[in-house]
Design a binder for this molecule. Sequence first.
Ligand code: ZN
Length: 265
Amino acid sequence: MPYQNCRTECIVLKNVDFGESDRIVTLYSPDRGRFAAIAKGAKRSQKRFVNKLEEFSLLDISFRPARHNNLHFLSEAELKEAFLTLRTHWQRYCVAMLANELVLRFTGEHDPDRRIFSLLHWLLESLHHGASPLPTAVFFHLHLLNASGYRPKLEHCAICSCLPAKNRKLSFALQPGNGTLICSRCSDNAGYSRFTLSLQSLKFLQTAQGMATRQVHRLQMPENVASECLYVLYSYSKYLLQCDIHSWSFLAHIRKKQSRDKTNL
Ligand SMILES: [Zn+2]
């Protein structure tokens, strides 16, 4: 029996050239999750796929499901939104690339989660319309961890239950093994670690955890706080994934530049 063509909405996470004329795209769809598809002749075709299969593009696609492997066959793609400013603004591009990579790494193939699709769509749209990149990245990363089952528990120290707001002389760090907080009194290592959070950053993360995407504009997160939060979320994610997150190198560059600019003021 011939395979039926299927349709779905999706976001392009990644694309790589394959052979002389084809391209393999990795996509995330609300009803099919993450999957890969081959676009035959995409490097030559001036009609079917030109400028449609770039990272971040929101598409409506028609595809034939794979028969013998995990690679679907992309028949057609209709571009719904290209989010073009993400390719011309360096910070927006870096954050969008990081978001794509995090979705690639935190999701399994063919394991759809509409929250993750909506979150990624929200991030691309927000950046495209000029939202501040680093705070947007923090909100995205925090809620992606939540949807993936790794929600950091930031309310109090997991051992003595002391609250950060009432123990300002203590420092608090995120324990990567279980995603809970530990205060410097309970920790053997009271010094600074890559998981240590300032009180201000902790407060912003706690607030952001309780917010929906439509409320994010209320979160006035300073860039230095966003930068610290991102670094801790990155370190935590790297520990969880047990592999490097390549797009982080772009953001690390932005964070270094920010701290240099601050020093030169
Ligand atoms: Zn404690």
